[in-house]
Each structure stands twice: as structure tokens, then as C-alpha cells.
Design a protein around this ligand. Sequence first.
Ligand code: G3P
Length: 214
Amino acid sequence: MKFFIDTADLKEIRDAAAMGLIDGVTTNPSLVAKTGRKYLDVVREICEVVDGPISAEVLATDYDGMMAEAHDWAKVHRNVVVKLPLTLDGLRATRTCSNEGIKTNVTLCFSANQALLAAKAGATFISPFVGRLDDISEDGMNLIEDICTIYQNYDFATQVLVASVRHPVHVHRSALLGADVCTIPFKVIEQLAKHPLTDAGLAKFVEDARKIPR
Ligand code: G3P
């Protein structure tokens, strides 16, 4: 499973990349707004740090506006993936991008039927938001299972990118289900490495190391 980092914070991206863990980056308008910087500047800088797919979202909601932004994003760097919303206009833009060889990440997916449409439109990635489904008392991971099954049934090339990841169990279950990608906030990447027995074991090794004659 590929690991993307879900952030627009360059320090987090650099730190995670230094650990050799990052295959790509996903951003969205909410994450970029937190930085106080221009979206274009942030994406340009990310492209210098990570050599992998970098998702940059369109801000328009109509087809013509989305396509204008898609063309602009595609010129920024060969690794930029245009993030489009799962709406009828977004699906149309996905099909046009696919025909033009522009990579896409269809975002805000909350149902298997939406994922089916995105695959048929030629999406490179589909982003089902598991945490937000959990928030409304559904099990977001059931959606990942359904999409993985449907895509395998018909050999769709669209990659399942698990998004709105909130905790390590989402990552574990994504890997068991064979999702292609998990996009993970920095805090959850840190949580993945943590285990109390690792900390306790290391403390004991450090203590005993002091007893070894030098
Ligand atoms: O990748 C999408 C993600 O950024 C949304 O996460 O936690 O706002 O639902 P969240």
C-alpha cells in the first residue's frame, strides 16, 4: 500500500519524507487555508520535496472553470494530480482530463455507486472519505471494502485512495483490504510507529546498556 501524506504543511511533509515513508501528497482547500499561503506556492514547494503524485484541488464547481484550473495545475509539474469533486460536472471534467492524459483524483466520494461512476469516467484515483462516514455513524471502511470488490470485479484501473483517515485502525484495515493508497495526516503517521512495549523495551535496553563495561 502506498502512503500519501494528507497535509499542506511543508514541515510535516519534509519530516515524513525524511523518514522515507511518503509516496505522494494530498491537499485540499481547507488544508491550504490553514497555511495562510497561496495554493500555487504551496504545491510548487511540495513538488520540490516529494517525487510522487501531488493532488491539487480545483476551486471552481462548474465544468468550464474546473477544466481551466485543471489545465493550469497540469502545467505546474508533471507530478500534479488534479483533484475534482464527485459531482456531475466533476465527472465530466474527469473524463475530459483522462482523454487529455491529465491525472485526476476524484474527491468527496461517499458511496460505492459514486466510486463506480468515477472509475467509468477514467479517474486515476478515487478518494472515499472514511472518517466523515464514521462521523455520521456509518462504518467508512465498509465503503472501502465495497469499492475494492467492485473495482476488482471489473478490472478498473482507478486506484482506491483512502481519505479522511483519522486513526491507525483506518490504516490497518485499508492494508488488509488491499487499498492502493492511504492518505494519512502527520499525527496518524506518528501514531503508527508508537507501541508501549517498544518504549518499555527500549528503556530497559538503555538502562542495561549502562551496566556493560566499556
Ligand atoms: O483527504 C481528505 C481529508 O483531508 C479530509 O479529512 O479529517 O477533514 O475528514 P477530514
